[in-house]
Design a protein around this ligand. Structure first.
Ligand SMILES: N[C@@H](CCC(=O)N[C@@H](CS)C(=O)NCC(=O)O)C(=O)O
Length: 207
Protein backbone atom coordinates (compact mmCIF):
# COMPACT_ATOMS: atom_id res chain seq x y z
CA UNK A 1 0.00 0.00 0.00
CA UNK A 2 1.67 3.27 -1.10
CA UNK A 3 1.07 5.97 1.49
CA UNK A 4 2.57 8.94 -0.28
CA UNK A 5 3.47 10.03 -3.77
CA UNK A 6 6.44 12.14 -2.68
CA UNK A 7 9.01 9.44 -3.22
CA UNK A 8 9.24 6.16 -5.14
CA UNK A 9 8.63 3.06 -3.06
CA UNK A 10 11.93 1.44 -2.11
CA UNK A 11 11.02 0.50 1.43
CA UNK A 12 9.03 -2.40 2.78
CA UNK A 13 7.68 -2.34 6.32
CA UNK A 14 6.46 -5.47 8.05
CA UNK A 15 3.94 -4.32 10.60
CA UNK A 16 1.21 -5.67 12.85
CA UNK A 17 -2.34 -4.38 12.41
CA UNK A 18 -2.42 -2.80 15.87
CA UNK A 19 0.95 -2.21 17.51
CA UNK A 20 2.41 0.86 19.22
CA UNK A 21 5.90 0.03 17.99
CA UNK A 22 4.87 -0.41 14.35
CA UNK A 23 2.66 2.66 14.59
CA UNK A 24 5.69 4.68 15.72
CA UNK A 25 7.53 3.75 12.51
CA UNK A 26 4.49 4.36 10.28
CA UNK A 27 4.14 7.80 11.89
CA UNK A 28 7.77 8.67 11.14
CA UNK A 29 7.35 7.55 7.52
CA UNK A 30 4.13 9.56 7.20
CA UNK A 31 5.71 12.67 8.78
CA UNK A 32 8.49 12.48 6.21
CA UNK A 33 6.17 11.74 3.28
CA UNK A 34 8.05 8.58 2.39
CA UNK A 35 6.24 5.96 0.32
CA UNK A 36 6.58 2.33 1.31
CA UNK A 37 5.06 -1.06 0.84
CA UNK A 38 3.19 -2.10 3.97
CA UNK A 39 3.08 -5.82 4.75
CA UNK A 40 0.59 -6.51 7.52
CA UNK A 41 1.39 -9.63 9.51
CA UNK A 42 0.16 -11.46 12.58
CA UNK A 43 3.15 -11.32 14.99
CA UNK A 44 1.97 -14.60 16.53
CA UNK A 45 2.30 -16.29 13.10
CA UNK A 46 5.19 -14.52 11.34
CA UNK A 47 5.42 -15.34 7.61
CA UNK A 48 8.37 -17.35 6.27
CA UNK A 49 10.05 -14.32 4.67
CA UNK A 50 10.03 -12.41 7.99
CA UNK A 51 11.40 -15.47 9.80
CA UNK A 52 14.25 -15.56 7.26
CA UNK A 53 14.95 -11.83 7.52
CA UNK A 54 14.78 -11.15 11.24
CA UNK A 55 16.16 -13.55 13.88
CA UNK A 56 13.61 -12.25 16.39
CA UNK A 57 10.70 -12.50 13.87
CA UNK A 58 9.46 -9.21 15.37
CA UNK A 59 7.69 -6.25 13.87
CA UNK A 60 8.35 -3.55 12.92
CA UNK A 61 10.93 -4.83 10.43
CA UNK A 62 12.08 -2.48 7.69
CA UNK A 63 13.69 -3.47 4.39
CA UNK A 64 15.57 -0.82 2.43
CA UNK A 65 17.05 -2.60 -0.60
CA UNK A 66 19.71 -4.92 0.94
CA UNK A 67 19.38 -3.51 4.43
CA UNK A 68 17.15 -5.29 6.94
CA UNK A 69 16.45 -3.42 10.17
CA UNK A 70 14.51 -4.34 13.27
CA UNK A 71 14.23 -3.02 16.86
CA UNK A 72 12.01 0.02 16.72
CA UNK A 73 14.52 2.56 18.07
CA UNK A 74 17.11 1.50 15.49
CA UNK A 75 14.59 1.77 12.65
CA UNK A 76 13.37 5.17 13.91
CA UNK A 77 16.86 6.70 14.05
CA UNK A 78 17.76 5.24 10.66
CA UNK A 79 14.71 6.76 8.99
CA UNK A 80 15.41 10.18 10.50
CA UNK A 81 18.95 10.08 9.10
CA UNK A 82 18.02 8.49 5.74
CA UNK A 83 15.20 11.01 5.10
CA UNK A 84 16.42 14.19 6.82
CA UNK A 85 13.42 16.38 5.87
CA UNK A 86 11.65 17.34 7.99
CA UNK A 87 14.16 16.56 10.77
CA UNK A 88 12.61 14.80 13.75
CA UNK A 89 15.47 15.58 16.12
CA UNK A 90 16.77 18.95 17.31
CA UNK A 91 20.30 19.98 16.33
CA UNK A 92 21.95 20.67 19.66
CA UNK A 93 23.41 17.73 21.61
CA UNK A 94 21.71 18.66 24.89
CA UNK A 95 18.19 18.64 23.41
CA UNK A 96 18.95 15.47 21.46
CA UNK A 97 20.15 13.72 24.61
CA UNK A 98 17.05 14.86 26.52
CA UNK A 99 14.73 13.52 23.82
CA UNK A 100 16.63 10.23 23.57
CA UNK A 101 16.34 9.80 27.33
CA UNK A 102 12.60 10.54 27.16
CA UNK A 103 12.19 7.87 24.45
CA UNK A 104 14.25 5.39 26.49
CA UNK A 105 11.98 5.97 29.49
CA UNK A 106 8.87 5.58 27.36
CA UNK A 107 10.20 2.28 26.02
CA UNK A 108 11.07 1.05 29.50
CA UNK A 109 8.16 2.32 31.57
CA UNK A 110 5.05 3.08 29.47
CA UNK A 111 5.04 1.07 26.24
CA UNK A 112 5.30 -2.36 27.96
CA UNK A 113 2.13 -1.46 29.90
CA UNK A 114 0.10 -1.32 26.67
CA UNK A 115 0.12 -5.11 26.25
CA UNK A 116 -0.43 -5.60 29.98
CA UNK A 117 -3.62 -3.47 29.88
CA UNK A 118 -5.42 -6.07 27.74
CA UNK A 119 -8.12 -8.13 29.43
CA UNK A 120 -9.92 -7.95 32.77
CA UNK A 121 -7.39 -9.54 35.09
CA UNK A 122 -6.08 -7.89 38.24
CA UNK A 123 -2.76 -7.41 36.45
CA UNK A 124 -4.49 -5.58 33.60
CA UNK A 125 -6.28 -3.33 36.08
CA UNK A 126 -2.95 -2.61 37.83
CA UNK A 127 -1.31 -1.82 34.48
CA UNK A 128 -4.13 0.64 33.59
CA UNK A 129 -3.77 2.37 36.95
CA UNK A 130 0.00 2.58 36.65
CA UNK A 131 -0.22 3.99 33.10
CA UNK A 132 -2.82 6.57 34.16
CA UNK A 133 -0.83 7.60 37.26
CA UNK A 134 2.46 7.81 35.36
CA UNK A 135 0.98 9.89 32.55
CA UNK A 136 -0.72 12.23 35.01
CA UNK A 137 2.56 12.66 36.88
CA UNK A 138 4.07 13.87 33.59
CA UNK A 139 1.34 16.49 33.08
CA UNK A 140 3.74 19.45 33.60
CA UNK A 141 5.83 18.18 30.67
CA UNK A 142 2.78 18.24 28.38
CA UNK A 143 2.10 21.84 29.44
CA UNK A 144 5.68 23.01 29.01
CA UNK A 145 6.00 22.97 25.21
CA UNK A 146 3.96 22.50 22.05
CA UNK A 147 5.34 19.00 21.49
CA UNK A 148 6.97 16.61 23.99
CA UNK A 149 10.00 18.40 25.50
CA UNK A 150 10.44 20.24 22.21
CA UNK A 151 8.88 23.11 20.22
CA UNK A 152 8.77 20.95 17.04
CA UNK A 153 7.48 17.44 16.46
CA UNK A 154 10.21 14.88 17.12
CA UNK A 155 10.94 11.17 17.33
CA UNK A 156 9.72 11.35 20.94
CA UNK A 157 6.24 12.39 19.73
CA UNK A 158 6.27 9.57 17.19
CA UNK A 159 6.85 7.15 20.10
CA UNK A 160 4.34 8.82 22.43
CA UNK A 161 1.38 9.71 20.17
CA UNK A 162 0.53 6.06 19.35
CA UNK A 163 0.16 5.46 23.09
CA UNK A 164 -2.01 8.56 23.67
CA UNK A 165 -4.17 7.48 20.66
CA UNK A 166 -4.84 4.15 22.40
CA UNK A 167 -5.56 5.36 25.95
CA UNK A 168 -9.37 5.20 25.82
CA UNK A 169 -9.33 1.82 24.00
CA UNK A 170 -7.05 0.51 26.76
CA UNK A 171 -9.56 1.63 29.39
CA UNK A 172 -7.38 4.48 30.65
CA UNK A 173 -9.38 7.66 31.11
CA UNK A 174 -7.84 10.95 32.15
CA UNK A 175 -9.55 13.62 34.28
CA UNK A 176 -10.64 16.98 32.84
CA UNK A 177 -7.72 18.71 34.59
CA UNK A 178 -5.42 16.72 32.32
CA UNK A 179 -6.75 18.38 29.15
CA UNK A 180 -3.19 19.46 28.26
CA UNK A 181 -2.52 15.79 27.44
CA UNK A 182 -5.62 15.53 25.23
CA UNK A 183 -4.69 18.86 23.60
CA UNK A 184 -1.21 17.53 22.93
CA UNK A 185 -2.69 14.43 21.31
CA UNK A 186 -5.12 16.43 19.18
CA UNK A 187 -2.26 18.62 17.86
CA UNK A 188 -0.66 15.47 16.46
CA UNK A 189 -3.85 13.58 15.51
CA UNK A 190 -5.17 16.39 13.31
CA UNK A 191 -2.00 16.34 11.21
CA UNK A 192 -2.82 14.58 7.88
CA UNK A 193 0.32 12.48 8.35
CA UNK A 194 -1.17 10.97 11.48
CA UNK A 195 -4.25 9.74 9.62
CA UNK A 196 -1.95 8.18 7.01
CA UNK A 197 0.00 6.39 9.74
CA UNK A 198 -3.01 4.40 10.96
CA UNK A 199 -3.98 0.91 9.84
CA UNK A 200 -7.73 0.27 9.43
CA UNK A 201 -7.73 -1.54 12.82
CA UNK A 202 -6.01 1.38 14.55
CA UNK A 203 -8.48 3.90 13.07
CA UNK A 204 -11.21 2.11 15.00
CA UNK A 205 -9.46 2.49 18.36
CA UNK A 206 -10.77 6.04 18.83
CA UNK A 207 -13.99 7.84 17.81
N1 LIG B 1 11.93 -5.05 20.88
C1 LIG B 1 11.00 -4.97 19.76
C2 LIG B 1 9.60 -5.09 20.30
C3 LIG B 1 8.53 -4.95 19.25
C4 LIG B 1 7.36 -5.85 19.58
O1 LIG B 1 7.10 -6.13 20.75
N2 LIG B 1 6.68 -6.29 18.53
C5 LIG B 1 5.66 -7.28 18.69
C6 LIG B 1 4.39 -6.89 17.96
S1 LIG B 1 3.60 -5.53 18.76
C7 LIG B 1 6.15 -8.56 18.06
O2 LIG B 1 6.72 -8.55 16.98
N3 LIG B 1 5.96 -9.68 18.76
C8 LIG B 1 6.32 -10.95 18.25
C9 LIG B 1 7.72 -11.36 18.63
O3 LIG B 1 8.45 -10.54 19.22
O4 LIG B 1 8.08 -12.50 18.36
C10 LIG B 1 11.18 -3.67 19.03
O5 LIG B 1 11.58 -2.67 19.65
O6 LIG B 1 10.95 -3.62 17.83
Amino acid sequence: MALSTRSRTVLTLYSARDCVHCHRIRLILAAKGVAYELVLVDPAKPPEDLIDLNPYHSVPTLIDRDLVLYETGVVAEYLDERYPHPPLMPIDPLSRARLRLAVARLEKDWLPLVEQCAGNSKNAEAARKRLRDDILAALPLFKASKFFLNPEMSLADCALAPLIWRLSSLGVSLPKEAHAIQDYGERIFRNPGFARSLTPDEKLLRD
